[in-house]
Design a protein around this ligand. Structure first.
Ligand SMILES: Cc1cc2nc3c(=O)[nH]c(=O)nc-3n(C[C@H](O)[C@H](O)[C@H](O)COP(=O)(O)OP(=O)(O)OC[C@H]3O[C@@H](n4cnc5c(N)ncnc54)[C@H](O)[C@@H]3O)c2cc1C
Length: 408
């Protein structure tokens, strides 16, 4: 470890490692600090990720792939099942990863690109001079270090403190956080070609139960519940009830708890000398909870902008606006739209969900265009469509453009 770098990245999740690798490949000297003693552990993730966006960063490798799914099944409270093709089902449906090996592989690639990596290295504060971030305070094996850098990237996940230290408001109110619990369940006979999502206020108020197949009759079975809807019953209690009812013979091999930001885009993800990426920047999808693809994309944009800013000897907030422009232009609208979807869907009663699912259950999503989709929604619930009206803009049409290409 040197005492001065071009860039320090805090956190070695997908956002941090892609940022570090991108910047190092562009010639910057980079240090990545991770507080855990082992990269990727414990895994707090259902491990699903869309194929296309993942491949923009790394070629699939059987080392860290547990399986592939071709569809998502959405199950309403009365058991009505809707099937969506993988490419229409959100950024976490496609591959099922082994996140521990995946995260380690990304960090290995950072090392190969020349990044200095330290584990058991907890960042405890920022060095700020004037109004510019110019390094970090860090603890490693009981000793405190001050390390200076021209730029810092905060990739410290949902529990992020880096943004707050630099004066960026990253606070999450209870309605903007999904609290999660997950079991790895073995010995269950499930369709390994689909992810399953169970909706409904009895199963998961303000959220859903997911089931991501991991091969060999195993699956990640998890739950996310909005903090504002949790009440007295904890996510783990809802999940235990679900597993005991649906998979009484399943054996629970692992149990984790975690949280996902569900706020939609926050106002600001930069300060002079600092960029936030991934969950630290609240870039996960507020409806689906998926955050890996957005974290990797944001990491790439931040790494690129870091190199450009340092080349121009300008790490001012004005210069770093380019990072804001790139990530918001790429997936900012999608997460803003999905915040509206989340607020609408998670406020529906179980009867509304059943009525909605019933009205579109016979529609073949592959044969449906935008007009079919809207008329099916209208038929089901006019109030719902009224709530969703801000989405029906040019941007939404672009989002559903994949559907318009299928003609009846
Ligand atoms: C139960 C659950 C299921 C999920 N399922 C999915 C899914 O199926 N698909 C999907 O796309 N997304 C899923 N997500 C979300 C996904 O896991 C995150 O969006 C993704 O990991 C974000 O990546 P990141 O690099 O921003 O943060 P992280 O992966 O959280 O990495 C942040 C890193 O920073 C480190 N760190 C924190 N503070 C410090 C510090 N002070 N100093 C040094 N290091 C620090 C942490 O130890 C951690 O390693 C799920 C989340 C949960 C909780």
């Amino acid at each position: 470890m040197k005492d001065q770098y071009d860039l320090i990245v805090v956190g070695a999740g997908p956002a941090g490692s892609i940022a570090a690798t991108t910047a190092a490949k562009k010639g910057l000297s980079v240090l990545m600090l991770e507080k855990r003693q082992e990269i990727g552990e414990p895994v707090r993730c259902a491990e699903g990720v869309g194929k296309k966006r993942l491949r923009q960063h790394i070629e699939p490798d059987e080392k860290w792939l547990c399986g592939e799914v071709s569809s998502a099944k959405i199950i309403s409270p009365n058991g009505t099942t809707l099937t969506m093709a993988e490419e229409d089902a959100g950024s976490e449906v496609g591959y099922v990863l082994d996140r521990k090996i995946f995260d380690r592989t990304l960090v290995e690639l950072s090392g190969e690109a020349g990044v200095d990596i330290m584990v058991k290295a907890r960042v405890t504060g920022l060095i700020i001079e004037g109004e510019t971030v110019c390094g970090v305070e860090m603890m490693h094996l009981g000793k405190t270090y001050s390390i200076r850098s021209k730029l810092v990237i905060g990739a410290d996940g949902v529990e992020s403190k880096v943004g707050r230290w630099a004066g960026i408001d990253t606070s999450l109110k209870p309605s903007h956080i999904e609290t999660c619990a997950q079991f790895l369940v073995s010995g269950i006979d499930i369709d390994q070609s689909s992810c399953h999502f169970y909706m409904g206020n009895k199963v998961a108020p303000g959220g859903y139960v997911w089931l991501f197949p991991k091969g060999n009759n195993m699956a990640n079975v998890g739950i996310g519940i909005l903090g504002s809807r949790a009440g007295k019953k904890k996510p783990i209690e809802y999940l235990t009830e679900f597993v005991e009812t649906n998979y009484p013979n399943g054996a629970i091999l692992e149990q984790v708890a975690g949280a996902v930001p569900a706020s939609g885009p926050i106002e600001k993800t930069i300060a002079s000398g600092l960029m936030l990426v991934g969950d630290a920047a609240r870039q996960s999808d507020p409806f689906t909870g998926g955050g890996i693809s957005n974290a990797m994309d944001a990491g790439m944009y931040a790494g690129e902008v870091a190199a450009e800013a340092i080349a121009q000897n300008d790490v001012s907030e004005k210069m770093l606006q380019e990072y804001e422009r790139r990530w918001r232009g790429s997936f900012g609208n999608e997460i803003a739209n999905n915040l509206i979807v989340k607020e609408t869907f998670f406020s529906l009663s179980d009867e509304d969900l059943d009525s909605l699912a019933g009205s579109i259950k016979d529609v073949d999503f592959k044969e449906m265009d935008l007009i079919d989709f809207i008329s099916a929604l209208f038929k089901a619930n006019k109030k719902l469509l009224w709530n969703l009206r801000p989405l029906f803009t040019q941007k939404l049409k672009q989002k559903f453009s994949g559907l318009t290409k299928f003609k009846r």
